[in-house]
Design a protein around this ligand. Sequence first.
Ligand code: ZN
Length: 289
Amino acid sequence: MAVFIHYPWLFPFLATVFGLIVGSFLNVVIHRLPIMMEREWRKECNETFPDCNLDVDNSTYNLSIPRSACPSCHTPIRILDNIPVISWLLLGGKCRQCQCKISARYPLIEALTAVMCLLTALQFGYSTFTIALLFFTFVLIAATFIDLDTMLLPDQLTLPLMWAGISLSLLGISPVSLQDAVIGAIAGYLCLWSVYWGFKLITGKEGMGYGDFKLLAALGAWLGWQYLPMIILLSSVVGLVFGIIQLRMQKKGIDMAFPFGPYLAIAGWVAMLWGSNILNHYYRFLLGV
Ligand SMILES: [Zn+2]
């Protein structure tokens, strides 16, 4: 659009503001989606096995109902107190009613989302695909924190992400060809699937979950199969570093399960933004120029 060429700062600015607002919504998704999934499972379990008799709360609960409330005094949060980052800072990280502490994670996720949107906008400039990449970023942030909290990677996030990647290639919006996207999705799924079964056959343990395969399939669809080796390498390095830090801090055995999804998501996002730069440097390094 002409206005973005005329004012080069406008698109990164709008993307950042958009990121702040969506970041606030992502906090809701991260908190509520796993609860919504559990309610659904309980219901299904009761319907399939009438002897199950699991407690089911039938009150309406989705991403918009009930309204956001203080976790301690349950006072609904006023719109003015729900401005991303700013409200939390103005209120000193406390609830206006009961003065209980409100986790710094909420403003941090909002700020993180905004910064990631800014970087995406600066790296690629205005295009339909850049706007699609903002949504790619949102889904990865939600998936990362849900996996960290619950060790679950919801199909409601990974599967639409994969189909969106393939559709953008089909429509010619993504620079990745349809063939590369489809092969990326298949190869992404299959390579972790084979690692999973190899690991299970050798050790009898489950190293990762099906959500991880679907997430890598989605990343393959968005970036093309050519980026899969880089994503796997990056996620292993990041996972190893964080894993060692975590193990040292918690002093738990190496058998303790930790989510792999966040590392895949970080690696996928980094590869999407700077993958071609990384490859260029790598080849220059190999060729000695
Ligand atoms: Zn309160």
